[in-house]
Design a protein around this ligand. Structure first.
Ligand SMILES: NC(=O)c1ccc[n+]([C@@H]2O[C@H](COP(=O)([O-])OP(=O)(O)OC[C@H]3O[C@@H](n4cnc5c(N)ncnc54)[C@H](O)[C@@H]3O)[C@@H](O)[C@H]2O)c1
Length: 256
């Protein structure tokens, strides 16, 4: 049976964190036949992630990459083109979370930090990918990690939510510009998923986990694989009629 993304070249940003969504996404794409480039500002962690996949005979490479730097985007995408001649899939996954209520002294500084990574990073990555996908004239898929915080409110999340709402709307507008070129652009909205980001947000405290789980209809936090499977679908040709859409993967949280 043909694997679902056989032969495709995929860049997944933020691939160092384990447990992390970038690593889980890279793993699923590689299991289904893609060559995956994992990038991260944490170069050593990213090398380790790629090595873990390579040990399983999956096709994975690592690149140092600060997604808030335009010159880094140009270098990373340029190097991928030089080596693989194309880029079929971009997963804009790297992101940061700053928890602060609106009146906190450092709330504005936090917004600015997140703006650079969560918005400018996704924007520049999308620009680079659209340019190379258009030039290649082959179908492409761009998947942007937003959040349920881009759909409903959370206390302490005004700045993070602002960036994730921006990702959602940026995604839809770009999708309209690129639909005729067979470049699909979609956003994924995870609920609370068991990764290093969630651990930090919940202070890795059992009571905090239990309190959150009680609010989730399916009765558990999400696992990185839950998100990876959704991204895999969007990356594959099975989703050829899907663009400008928002995919909520939250165990029913926002259905309430
Ligand atoms: N885990 C969740 O509950 C959850 C929920 C909703 C949305 N998300 C989103 O999913 C994405 C991944 O989240 P995660 O839980 O795996 O986070 P994580 O913190 O576990 O991993 C994020 C990775 O991004 C990297 N990174 C940070 N800044 C970077 C930069 N400037 N350039 C390149 N890499 C950088 C980090 O080094 C890290 O490896 C993020 O965009 C996050 O906002 C996560």
């Amino acid at each position: 049976m043909t694997r679902r993304v056989e032969g495709k070249i995929a860049l997944v940003t933020g691939g160092a964190s384990r447990p992390g969504l970038g690593f889980a996404i890279a793993e699923r794409l590689a299991e289904e036949g893609a060559t995956v480039i994992l990038s991260d500002i944490d170069a050593d962690g990213c090398e380790e992630s790629a090595a873990l996949l390579s040990q399983r005979n999956l096709s994975a490479e690592a690149m140092r990459h600060d997604v808030s730097s335009q010159s880094d985007w140009r270098r990373v995408v340029g190097d991928i083109l030089a080596k693989h001649s194309r880029l079929d899939i971009l997963v804009n996954n790297a992101g940061i979370l700053d928890v602060a209520e609106i009146d906190a002294e450092d709330a504005l500084a936090g917004l600015r930090r997140q703006y650079k990574v969560n918005i400018e990073g996704v924007f520049m990555g999308t620009q680079e990918a659209v340019c190379v996908m258009r030039a290649a004239g082959t179908p492409g898929s761009i998947i942007n990690l937003s959040s349920v915080a881009g759909i409903v409110g959370f206390r302490g999340s005004a700045s993070y939510a602002a960036t994730k709402g921006a990702v959602k709307m940026m995604t839809k507008s770009v999708a309209l510009e690129t639909a005729a070129d067979s470049i699909r652009v979609n956003s994924v909205h995870p609920g609370i998923i068991r990764t290093n980001m969630a651990k930090a947000g919940l202070k890795d405290n059992a009571d905090n986990y239990a309190a959150i789980e009680a609010t989730i209809p399916v009765g558990r936090l999400g696992e990185p694989e839950d998100i990876a499977n959704c991204v895999l679908f969007l990356a594959s040709d099975e989703a050829s009629y899907v663009t400008g859409a928002e995919f909520v993967v939250d165990g029913g949280y926002t259905a309430q």
